[in-house]
Design a binder for this molecule. Sequence first.
Ligand code: ATP
Length: 212
Amino acid sequence: MIGIFGGTFDPVHLGHIKPALDVKRHLNLEELRFIPCSIPAHRDAPIATVEQRLAMLHLAVDEYADCSVDEREVNRQGVSYMVDTLQSLRQDLKDKSLCLIIGMDAFLGLNRWHHWQQLFELANFVVTYRPGFELEMEKIPVDLLKQVNQRQVKSVAAFSESQHGAIIFMPVTQLDISATDIRQRVKQQQSVKDQVPAAVDDFIQQQKLYTG
Ligand code: ATP
């Protein structure tokens, strides 16, 4: 099974990398792909250019075995819809099963994604959450909860056998880091060395990113 971790990555930070690697290890994924979006569907346009976001992702990801940056969303015109991305991955990867790794915060809004119900025909879902954050389950909207009730699996074995459509909730080392906070800190000339890999920190400084 191949793990997919999508995001704006403006910039990529340890709160992305560490949980994704936890999931990869826990589910024994053969590969992990980080997919930066071009124009995000559900938020403001990024501040860094596509080239800068890609460069930072490569600096953060390339050192890990079986991890890569997949550029298909930035190479595609227009808004990045996950349903299109998964369809294109399915075409490329044929018989491999996919799992989309998303944080609980993003999952709570899944029912607003373009053709969201179709996503379950294309991939499995790993929803990561902070240990102790089980209460977030109560915030799942009704139509999404219906899907969760039908699709949730509790064992890694059952999840690993599923081609698509299974949902597993997984506690991970979730760090209290967000790209918004990082951009804010840089603007205020505070250090972000505890939030991003060292090479990304250097890059942000060299490029004078997020200072304006
Ligand atoms: P921003 O602050 O600009 O909204 P972000 O830090 O949330 O950005 P994104 O690129 O929008 O980063 O997030 C992509 C994915 O990463 C989402 O699935 C989100 O849930 C997850 N994610 C972001 N921060 C964390 C974190 N600290 N721990 C675990 N998952 C995270």
